[in-house]
Design a protein around this ligand. Structure first.
Ligand code: SF4
Length: 673
């Protein structure tokens, strides 16, 4: 093991205990399973059966159904029978919160039960209660007494269990001792695991979900380390980002959280939680999981589109790379203009394949020209640099935008104050050629099989104190995250503090796959504190068409937002909805988004029910939570500020609340297009 993974430099799955869920095997190197959850009322047998079938047809290998009370748990039998009657035997999972009685019924019916250790027996009242050691032990004993019957039923019926910890719903007891932390999340699960093991029950999957991918990744890593050191084995892991939201942002957030772990071989089953119809979650899961489809040959050098694969040396002194599993250590760098040090990561747009770059093309990357005023309107998601390749730009640029050219094109420019060259390591080492006195972008790739040889010692010696050179890290290896991370490690080892941009190329078949690819390959590095910028390059699938520059720009800013490295828009934390949901979550999310999307940096939660919503919305600034049919309760942080507001006026009330708290900006005063 290397810290929390089998390897941090080559793709190797983490060995986990095998779990049997009906006929489906999870963990122990079985394929990564994909799953989803229904959003129907569990008492609506036909509705739930039909939605389950749509999910199964879309690829779900497990279907989770909420069982908030005994009657829904009992109705799982009717749902299961009807599915079997129609020829569908996909395992079902009962989702339990608060009601051990429902769990004990469901465990006799379905193939798996999911319990949340934060609310299975413990309470969450948002009160900071002091627990003495004796009180704490007494509480654990109470949990043992309440949880053991479920374990015994699962053992008897061959039912699997997920102990699913959520960052937002840690119990008051855990919060009082560990706070709202990854350590608290791990301990919460470990308490339940110890009880299960004392009953010799091992058919368990674990999860550590959060709406913040950084917290989620840290919690899984810490959990693995704890399981290995305390138990000597690792349980299968279910990965997911909770309340990821919808659309592009929900997909990016999920891909970053889930993909960061999968890249290191961690994760046996995944769910992408979107505020959309359940069946739409499955294609995203598939796009994530298919990256690992060639697992047996991956580490031996076979790639999807690449027949060669360079080897990446192991990391020595790993503890230096990750001094703490529960905090993010940002790589130290100096600044070159607006890149590196305390600057937010920059976005470089790749226009090098355009035949001609026109003024109106800049609209796709956040700059809109107004001919009447001869001024540029600059959005919060405006790219910082354009990589032009050989293309000339013959109009005056917005003040904040700069250009990057291939070397010969750059050399031919008369005015070099706003344009800079991109060069190879060999060109960098060639003292006879002209360089920019401001910025030189130097491509660094020495792990790809076909990377050109260069004198590494001389290169690093020269660049170390060169405050004009920004590194551009890229690789052709399939284990790109590990390869580029290894380069960052070497920079750290050599104490090279030049800022570094991550270049990510995609040759995927569809833009949906490219989104997942970009999010994983750059997001996984950003959330570990590596990278002072990103350049996403989507290669033509259809040679007659250009990439969708607007979408790629939006993906780039979405990745920076989800990795919480550059905030450029409102963050929406919305639950995927389930049988408890008290309003049309998709429609409401759209309504709230329409009026608040310009509030850069604000985190707004839209949650379907008052039972789980307030706990699950974790670090939202404001919350819009269903509290009864047609009733909404509004929150400021974790505090209720308006109770049971009629749904018809709830969005206006939310705006009123934002105004009262100086969190509102009139849309026309915000940067928008
Ligand atoms: S917060 Fe949303 S997904 Fe979670 S239980 Fe409530 S309605 Fe269901």
């Amino acid at each position: 093991m290397e810290l929390y993974a089998e390897s941090l430099t080559e793709y190797k799955r983490l060995k986990t205990l095998e779990v049997k869920v009906g006929d489906l095997l999870i963990g122990n190197f079985h394929p990564i399973r994909i799953q989803t959850m229904t959003t129907t009322d569990t008492m609506d047998t036909l509705g739930t059966v039909e939605q389950s079938i749509r999910c199964i047809e879309a690829g779900a290998e497990l279907v989770r159904i909420t069982a908030p009370s005994k009657k829904e748990a009992e109705n799982l039998l009717n749902i299961k029978n009807e599915l079997h009657k129609r020829g569908y035997t996909t395992p079902l999972v009962a989702d339990i919160h608060f009601t051990p009685n429902a769990a004990e019924i469901a465990a006799r019916i379905v193939e798996k039960v999911r319990v949340n250790p934060g609310n299975y027996v413990d309470k969450k009242k948002f009160e900071l209660i002091e627990y003495s050691d004796a009180d704490y032990v007494e509480e654990i004993e109470r949990i043992r007494n309440r949880f053991t019957p479920l374990v015994k039923i699962c053992k008897e019926y061959g039912t699997a269990m997920r102990i699913g910890t959520n960052h937002g719903s840690l119990s008051d007891r855990i919060m009082s001792r560990y706070g709202d932390t990854a350590i608290g999340m791990v301990e919460s699960a470990m308490e339940f695991l110890r009880i299960a093991e004392s009953e010799n029950y091992y058919n368990i999957v674990l999860s550590m979900k959060s709406s913040n991918p950084q917290v989620m990744v840290q919690a899984y890593r810490l959990l693995i380390e704890n399981m290995q050191s305390e138990l000597g084995h690792c349980y299968s892991l279910h990965l997911g980002v909770t309340e990821a939201g919808d659309g592009e942002d929900g997909r990016i957030k999920s891909a970053i959280g889930i993909g960061t772990l999968l890249e290191d071989g961690i994760g046996d089953t995944i769910r992408v939680s979107l505020t959309e119809d359940s069946e739409f979650e499955l294609p995203v899961c598939e796009n994530i999981v298919k990256r690992y489809g060639l697992i047996p040959t991956f580490s031996k050098g076979e790639g999807e589109n690449k027949t060669s694969h360079g080897s990446v040396p192991p990391i020595k002194n790993i503890s230096k790379l990750f001094p703490s599993l529960t905090s993010r250590v940002i790589r130290s760098s100096f600044a070159i203009q607006n890149i590196g040090a305390g600057n937010v990561p920059v976005v470089v747009s790749d226009f090098h394949k355009k035949n001609e770059i026109l003024r109106e093309d800049l609209k796709d990357i956040g700059y809109k020209y107004n001919p009447n005023t001869d001024k540029w309107n600059i959005s919060d998601m405006a790219s910082d640099y354009i990589f032009c390749g050989e293309n000339a730009i013959d109009f005056a640029l917005p003040g904040t935008l700069k250009l990057i050219y291939n070397y010969d094109s750059w050399k031919s420019k008369d005015d070099k104050t706003k344009c800079f060259p991109i060069i190879s390591t060999q060109q960098y080492l060639d003292d006879s050629i002209e360089k920019s006195s401001l910025i030189n972008f130097v491509i660094l790739d020495y792990y790809s099989k076909n990377a050109t040889e260069f004198d590494k010692e001389k290169f690093f010696e020269k660049i170390k104190n060169d405050n004009t050179s920004v590194l551009c890290l890229r690789t052709e290896n399939r284990n790109a995250v590990q390869s580029i991370r290894r380069m960052f490690v070497e920079l750290n080892e050599r104490e090279i503090k030049n800022p570094a941009i991550i270049i990510c190329d995609s040759e995927k078949e569809t833009i949906d796959e490219s989104l997942v690819h970009f999010a994983i390959e750059t997001g996984a590095l950003l959330i570990d504190g590596f990278g002072n910028g990103i350049l996403l390059s989507d290669h033509y699938r259809d040679k007659s068409q250009l990439p969708d520059y607007r979408l790629i720009n939006s993906i780039a800013f979405g990745i920076l937002q989800a990795s919480r490295t550059r905030i450029s828009k409102t963050e929406f934390i919305s639950c995927p909805s389930c049988g408890r949901t008290l309003f049309d979550l998709q429609e409401t999310t759209a309504k709230v988004r329409a009026v608040t999307h310009h509030l850069k940096g604000l985190k707004i939660a839209i949650m379907g029910c008052i039972v789980n919503g307030p706990g699950e919305m974790a670090d939202a600034d404001f919350g819009y939570v269903g509290s009864g049919p047609g009733k909404i309760t509004l929150y400021k942080g974790k505090e209720v500020v308006k109770r049971n507001v009629p749904e018809a006026v709830a969005v206006e009330e939310l705006i009123g609340l934002l105004k009262e708290n100086n969190a509102w900006v009139e849309p026309e005063l915000a940067h928008s297009f």
